[in-house]
Design a binder for this molecule. Sequence first.
Ligand code: ZN
Length: 253
Amino acid sequence: MTDARERAGRPPLVALLSGAGISTDSGIPDYRGPQGMWRRDPEAEKLVTYEYYMADPEIRRRSWLMRRDSPTWRAEPNAAHRAVVELERSGVPVRVITQNVDGLHQRAGLDERKVLELHGTSRRVECTDCRASGDMAEALARVEAGEADPPCRECGGVLKSATVMFGQSLDRRVLGTAMEIAQACEVFVAVGTSLQVQPAASLAGIAAESGARLVIVNAEPTPYDELAESVIREPIGRALPALLAELARDRAG
Ligand code: ZN
């Protein structure tokens, strides 16, 4: 494993792990966290559980309606998303590892190669059979046009959002890269995540054990607070821009 801190001539890396809390200011509620809407509503949870989704066309029909009505399509990046882009543009190497599927880091202007989406993206669809992928907007247009459960155009297989549903495992390559970033970074900022869902949460522990400064920005206590150099409870929309501006100043000075 290469340690980025030892690579000559490169400024130290800042890694940011973002969870649902960074997008609530954009109007996207917490769906999948331990206290999220899906976990509290068994019927809604079925719509995003792989086993039910694959077994029942009625679940798929309702799932497509839920996607159509998602607040994600109206959501704009907020001050916290923009602050990450500003840090990156100040010359600090930044990698974002996100538990969110809303694509708002990229919409804010962050290079998509710098964003690792642990749970995939709601802006794409994929075939559960042949793995063909496409735009969610195109699939939703088919739903609007009357297809209750639009099948894959390539093979006729079941189409789903390109997100990791309950009952599916994370992409091992994505997780492996996330672990390398956690080991290599100098500062690891966990923002808007309860750090209760593994394996994502363990990235904070890996970073701290590897010598990174761990900063947690979250309204509620997390299991990793004791490992953190600082824990910030202020609202994310104010706290994150201030924190990242300070990091950028440290680099400049
Ligand atoms: Zn297919």
